[in-house]
Design a protein around this ligand. Structure first.
Ligand SMILES: [Zn+2]
Length: 371
């Protein structure tokens, strides 16, 4: 393993944060997998899995089994990791401006299209190389200013050149689920099966410009723009939701890391016999069909189901109790599907999302991800 430190510019005199980048295999070798943990800094299962993965990769490297290259950033968000308020860790939003750390990544398709329009040929590999170079140039033209902008810029710079990007997150209370671009569903089927994902969500654009789509969307959109040119899909990316925030446990973390290593073997990043694939536990569904359940009133939340339960259309997923009047307001799922995540607290304000069901019938529009 080769470890390097990226210094982020100091935000205030006397402070300095860094990104640690751990590389396995030969620099520049392909296929290259980029894996980062806890971009939402309060999603701790990801850092545990990254630690387990580092141990696995270190052992495999000693056996000469890193065929390509793996780039691991075990702490992707040192800014968010240091944020707390009154004993509560706040890692999802930047305290400085309230922005979600996994939103507002640059959409580079247009800038890349301008650069490659005259350079695309009938040679797919040459086109891929030209697009990768253009992606790097387009990103380099952007000028980050704040510490967080620099951090996001440096993470994206690393991931943009990879063949595979795994962004490790978790939900509040949840079962294993994945988000990926629609054209990448097949590519991540081995990961889905090895991790035992209970839901896989597909979209060509989720809204909000999350990290994973910043690296993958340009390939999809450029291929559509030039259907007469061979443009291989240069970067498949996935957001892996490692269950809920409290699911931090050695055996489970080890199993998840082994599953990711198994996937990397299927992808040819690691050499050796790929593991057998268990039967899939779900079929991928459109993200637009995922149903957020919203509390119509504020009050005490009493769930009737736990994460992982399959609910029928019309099922009462939770009651909202008004402790002053005793009024009970049921919250029903319009969709049938797996209740793949719900809130971790048991009190809600009116209008807040308290649960999500992996349905198949809704066709939501607008931003499809949680705030
Ligand atoms: Zn997250």
């Amino acid at each position: 393993m080769h470890s390097a430190i990226i210094d982020l510019p100091s935000a205030t005199p006397g402070t300095r944060r860094t990104l640690t980048v751990q590389r396995f295999g030969t620099a520049g070798a392909r296929p290259c997998a980029y894996i980062q943990a806890s971009l939402h800094a309060d999603e701790i299962p990801a850092m545990l899995v990254a630690d387990k993965l580092r141990r696995i990769l270190t052992a495999l490297e000693a056996e000469g089994r890193i065929a390509g290259e793996v780039i691991l950033v075990p702490v992707a968000n040192p800014v968010g990791l240091g944020q707390s308020l009154m004993d509560h860790h706040l890692g999802r939003f930047d305290q400085d401006d309230g922005k979600n750390f996994n939103r507002d990544y640059p959409h580079l398709t247009e800038a890349v299209a301008e650069r490659v329009a005259d350079r695309l040929t009938d040679d797919g590999e040459a086109n891929k190389a030209a697009i990768r170079a253009a992606l790097a140039e387009a990103l380099a033209e952007r000028t980050p200013r704040t510490e967080t902008e620099h951090m996001k810029h440096r993470l994206l710079e690393l991931a943009l050149q990879a063949d595979w990007v795994l962004d490790l997150h978790c939900d509040l209370e949840a079962v294993m689920h994945l988000y990926t671009l629609t054209p990448s569903a097949e590519a991540f089927a081995p990961l889905q099966r090895l991790l035992g994902a209970r839901a896989v969500f597909l979209a060509e654009e989720s809204g909000g410009d999350p990290f994973d789509e910043a690296v993958s969307r340009p390939w999809n959109e450029l291929a559509k723009r030039w259907p007469d040119r061979p443009i291989p899909f240069g970067c498949h990316s996935v957001t892996v939701e490692l269950r809920g925030q409290a699911d931090v446990e050695h055996a489970q973390g080890e199993a998840d890391a082994q599953a990711i290593a198994g996937f990397l073997t299927h992808a040819g990043v690691l050499s050796g016999e790929p593991p057998a694939l268990p039967e899939p536990l779900c079929a991928p569904t459109p993200l637009e069909s995922s149903e957020p359940l919203t509390a119509p009133v504020g009050g005490v939340v009493v769930f009737h189901h736990k994460a992982g339960d399959r609910v029928e259309a019309g099922a009462v997923v939770a009651d909202i109790l008004d402790p002053l009047t005793g009024d009970v307001t049921p919250v029903r799922s319009e969709s049938a599907g797996v209740l793949y995540a719900h809130s971790a607290t048991r009190f809600t304000l009116a209008g807040k999302r308290i649960a999500k069901v992996a349905g198949t019938t809704l066709r939501r529009t607008g931003p499809l991800l949680s705030a």
